[in-house]
Design a protein around this ligand. Structure first.
Ligand code: P1T
Length: 385
């Protein structure tokens, strides 16, 4: 469907980037399972030469995701980490990145264990107050990397405030929008330069694909990222692109249900005697609730909890005793998941670093799915007994 930019979110989720297939009229974008494309004479082809560079199924998805983030351009990667990697490769040795002190463990690992040795310096700081950024800016600062809500303590970072600081200092702002999804938050509209997604999560929505994406408005940034994308090769295959095109068609419906269940479960846990603390940006006493309200349309289905007085054994016992929630890494699928960040998703962050921001041994993270609320509540009740 052409000219989708003025259409509502759900209509874009279903139609953007997708036309009946020109060769057969197939309504659903076919899986173009081909690595290469015929050329009538060298360089003379129908827009596609080699599938690392461009594939029609992936192209349709890139256009669809761009439409959901109000972006001009999209690029899909073989994982969320592949997308993060491409952004950091915009920089050169000597450059510096300012980022948050609560990040997905894999992002922290890539920054500290991979790119630090290529001469890039990272500052992991408290971004709950965006003004802290100015203390770390110098002439080498090239990028601010923000996750909001953060993984796993649900801190909220003021995207518009970060964007103003970035613009004033000629620095790029990239926002990892994985936890919010484009249904809840659109960082480019708030002044960010690059939006990143682990498509594996809410966009895919069914825990059957690993993929990443970058969405941008500026053609110069797009050209640089597209060059890295093709040169370094972290591109996804057509089958996975098809699965995500299919998953995205229900993003708006799923997100409504995630938010509804998330809200009810956050309140239930907040009143539970076994729980010491609940991290969820929808609570009025969340330190940045006002910013969450300003930049998000709802508060999502990601919740973290601290178990009252529980040691590691007790935490493991509880984490292993769910019947509807599944103990597993990842998030954002239709099914509810429970995760122990300290030993699973954030195990690569040194204990003293993670504990400073609250990623303690008795913290559990819930990805609230779209099952029947009563079943989820009953499962929490029995597991916490
Ligand atoms: O797993 P992958 O698609 O490569 O995406 C990495 C990634 C990036 N950013 C955020 C905010 C993420 O949460 C992730 C992946 N996170 C998990 C697997 C997890 O369970 O937290």
């Amino acid at each position: 469907m052409k000219g989708t930019e003025k259409l509502g979110f759900g209509t874009r989720a279903i139609h953007a980037g997708q036309e009946p297939d020109p060769s057969t009229g197939a309504v659903m974008t076919p899986i173009y399972q081909t690595s290469t494309f015929w050329q009538a004479s060298p360089g003379k082809h129908q827009g596609y030469a080699y599938a690392r560079g461009k594939n029609p199924t992936r192209n349709a998805l890139e256009k669809c995701l761009a439409a959901l983030e109000n972006a001009n351009y999209g690029l899909c990667f073989s994982s969320g980490m592949g997308a993060v990697d491409a952004v950091v490769k915009l920089l050169k040795p000597g450059d510096e990145i300012i980022t948050g002190n609560d990040l997905y463990g894999g992002t922290y690992r890539m920054f500290t264990k991979v790119f630090a040795k290529y001469g890039i310096t990272f500052h992991f700081i408290d971004l709950a107050n965006a003004n802290n950024i100015t203390n770390y800016i110098n002439s080498n600062t090239k990028l601010i990397w923000v996750e909001t809500p953060t993984n796993p303590t649900m801190q909220i970072v003021d995207i518009a405030a970060c964007a103003k600081i970035a613009k004033d200092n000629n620095i790029l702002l990239a926002v990892d929008n994985t936890f919010a999804s484009p249904y809840l938050q659109n960082p480019l509209d708030l002044g960010a330069d690059i939006v990143m997604h682990s498509v594996t999560k809410y966009l895919g929505g069914h825990s059957d694909v690993v993929m990443g994406a970058l969405l941008v408005n500026d053609i110069t940034i797009y050209d640089q990222l597209a060059f890295i994308h093709n040169s370094c090769g972290a591109t996804p295959g057509p089958q996975d692109s098809f699965l995500v095109l299919r998953g995205v068609k229900t993003l708006h419906l799923r997100m409504k249900a995630h938010c509804e269940n998330g809200k009810a479960i956050a309140h239930f846990l907040n009143n539970h005697p076994k729980i010491e603390k609940v991290y969820w940006p929808g609570f009025e006493n969340h330190p940045n609730h006002a910013i969450a309200k300003k930049q998000m349309r709802d508060f999502g289905g990601m919740i973290s909890i601290v178990l009252k007085g529980a040691g590691l054994d007790e935490t493991f016992r509880i984490a292993s005793s769910f019947k509807v929630f599944t103990l597993a890494e990842s998030l954002g699928g239709v099914e509810s998941l429970i995760n122990h960040p300290a030993t699973m998703t954030h195990a690569s962050i040194p204990k003293d670093e993670r504990e400073k921001v609250g990623v303690v041994d008795n913290l559990l993270r819930l990805s609230v799915g779209v099952e029947d609320l009563d079943d989820l509540l009953a499962d929490l009740e029995q597991a916490l007994k």
